[in-house]
Write a protein that binds this ligand. Sequence first.
Ligand code: G3P
Ligand code: MG
Length: 239
Amino acid sequence: MLTPAQLIGHRGAALLAPENTMAGIELAARLGLQWIEIDAQLSRDGVLVLMHDHELERTTDLTGTVREHDWATLAQADAGSWFGADYSGTRIPRLDAVIERCRALGLYMHIEIKPLDVHETDTAEAVADLLRSIALPEALVISSFSGDTVAAMHRLLPEHPRAQGAEHFPENWREISRSLELDAWHVDADIVTPELAPMLREAGLTVRAWTVNDRARAQQLIDWGVESVFTDDPPRLLR
Ligand code: G3P
Ligand code: MG
């Protein structure tokens, strides 16, 4: 039996509402989740916004990359029509507004930083500046697939919980975990073995796995010691 605490609403609840939008986050809260995950990127003029792809075409009516546009342009985009007519006019949210909303809703957050190449450090700097300047949810974990971004967060906000994202689990995980003072690894569910979580737990590390939309698979991962799974469809796993 899975519990809400073992689930993380992936990009909000990506199969049920447009990903990385306020509508998705609010739905995750209504579904009774404790945790959501969102992806953060930097606009041309230095505003952190929610978006998974670097390119805007798949989930908005704009073209080009997030990085090529100022916030004023991104703010006008339709980030919901691609998902369904009911969501027409849904906006790309700013990260600061989303953090405030999660705090008000009592939702804990995983913020995954998705920097464009060569922006690994300045994107982390923007996130650190933001986290220092606003009231945070009770629990908030920063992660990235970019080791440079996680290293920058380690330098800028050493006390803040950090996770390294990974599609392949590196042999030198002990060294990486130690040097970045990681709390957790966020790994592709396909690379989780029954041995992985116990091995990491001995080293004081937590494992979370993405992206799991099958209840039996989620239960197996939890039974193997994975702390929680990122899912696009929380009700399917809780049923
Ligand atoms: O936080 C990790 C999870 O979101 C998996 O990666 O590509 O869906 O952002 P992605
Ligand atoms: Mg993500």
